[in-house]
Design a binder for this molecule. Structure first.
Ligand SMILES: [Zn+2]
Length: 201
């Protein structure tokens, strides 16, 4: 461990402060992290990868990069309305729901969020999304993690048909069958009980 070990230097992403505190110093947070630092996200990715045969499971998926930058500012001259902006990308391993092969999915979030307590009004800022704070303080990492989880597709699939094995080998009817397979993201992200379908081959 060298002198530049990140944890020893402190990581503002993991600081717990009020939104006003972050905005008062116009906090900028550079993110150069790994999926493994985002435990809830990692457990969703892992549950998805568990559907794969062990030999197909991509090794090192926990080390995939989460990169970006966050900025805290005030939206108003009175310095009462904190706003969080930024851009974060994350490479997550996923299972294509068409061909059931692993692939790398890039998630990208570009938040512009008013950080408001329940008692604060967003009147006059109708065009900006409000992130309602449940507690006095927040951890930027928690917001990033929740946004990344929300950015995950309900049903991950290869973007490019040329990469997707379903289009290589299968007849069109088999592709349709693959789309009916269990969708772990959807199951995890909602408490709604689903009609469990067993794909009868
Ligand atoms: Zn595919």
């Amino acid at each position: 461990m060298g002198p530049y070990h990140a944890r020893a230097m402190g990581n503002p992403l993991q600081d717990r402060r009020t939104a006003v505190d972050f905005s008062s110093v116009e906090q900028v947070i550079e993110i150069a992290d790994k999926i493994s630092s985002f435990e809830s996200l990692a457990s969703i990715v892992e549950a998805d990868l568990d559907a794969l045969d062990p030999d197909k499971k991509p090794s090192g998926w926990r080390d995939s990069a989460v990169l970006g930058e966050l900025q805290f500012r005030f939206r108003d001259a009175d310095r009462c309305i904190p706003v969080l902006t930024g851009c974060v990308t994350a490479d997550v391993a996923a299972v294509c729901q068409r061909c059931l092969e692993p692939f790398q999915l890039e998630l990208e979030i570009e938040p512009t969020l008013l950080l408001l307590g329940a008692e604060q009004s967003a009147d006059g800022y109708d065009d900006i999304e409000v992130w309602e704070l449940e507690e006095q303080t927040l951890r930027p990492q928690d917001i990033v993690e929740e946004l990344l989880i929300m950015a995950m597709p309900l049903s991950a699939m290869h973007d490019n048909m040329a990469d997707c094995k379903a289009f290589e080998t299968a007849a069109p009817s088999a592709v349709e069958d693959a789309e009916d397979l269990v969708r772990p993201f959807a199951a995890l992200r909602s408490q709604i009980s689903q009609n469990e379908k067993d794909p009868d081959e």
